[in-house]
Design a protein around this ligand. Structure first.
Ligand SMILES: [Ca+2]
Ligand SMILES: [Ca+2]
Length: 208
């Protein structure tokens, strides 16, 4: 768009030497505008790898094998009883990025080109902590095979520096199975004071 404006401007003033300085000034300004534009583009897309929100305090993720068709759901309950999962992606200070449904909806059309995102991962970000117990559950929403599905759960604390506070592997066996991956207790400074594995089904009946 800016390029168009530039060439139009130059054509318009091509034979008018009196406006040469104005053109120079205009082009210099345009150059700066482009530099700012490029700089901001780079700031907004630092690296495709990380999807970390700077204001997040905790990131909880559940990940299973790429290209796998099975659908796993991450469910997180905060100390006040707020629950995030595929049917309520925002609750309290928690947010679920998206409901990853295995290979379903992994193909996107970007600028007319089909792009595949083979990953299988659900991510819950917590933008501000409260003291008390958080419950992290996995729901095996759709199983396609007899062999158990390995799901990796990770909890990262972002501030003051990135720290993995929990990591665990789970083997889910059948459709509708809901397991408590871990419960973690935060003190009033946001430090993980305790972990336990006491089971607590959050979505009764399993499947929506
Ligand atoms: Ca899912
Ligand atoms: Ca997927």
């Amino acid at each position: 768009m800016w390029k168009m404006t530039l060439s139009k401007k130059i054509l318009f003033h091509e034979d008018n030497s009196g406006d040469a300085f104005t053109d120079l000034l205009f082009n210099a300004l345009l150059g700066f505008a482009f530099m700012f534009f490029i700089a901001f583009s780079l700031i907004q897309n630092p690296q495709d790898g990380g999807n970390i929100e700077s204001k997040a305090e905790f990131i909880i993720s559940a990940e299973w094998e790429d290209h796998h068709p099975d659908d796993v759901d991450l469910i997180v309950e905060d100390p006040k009883g707020n629950i995030v999962y595929f049917q309520r992606q925002q609750a309290g200070l928690m947010h679920l990025d998206r409901d990853d449904r295995g290979t379903l909806a992994d193909r996107l059309i970007i600028d007319g080109v089909e792009v595949e995102n083979p990953s299988n991962q659900e991510v819950v970000t917590i933008r501000g902590f409260m003291s008390g117990e958080y419950v992290v559950n996995l729901l095996y929403y759709k199983s396609n095979f007899i062999t158990p599905l390995k799901v990796k759960v990770k909890i990262e604390k972002i501030n003051p520096k990135l720290e993995v506070v929990y990591f665990g592997d789970y083997y889910l066996k059948r459709t509708g199975e809901e397991v408590t991956a871990v419960r973690f207790l935060l003190d009033n400074k946001g430090i993980v004071a305790d972990l336990n594995y006491l089971q607590k089904p959050i979505i009764s009946g399993g499947v929506k």
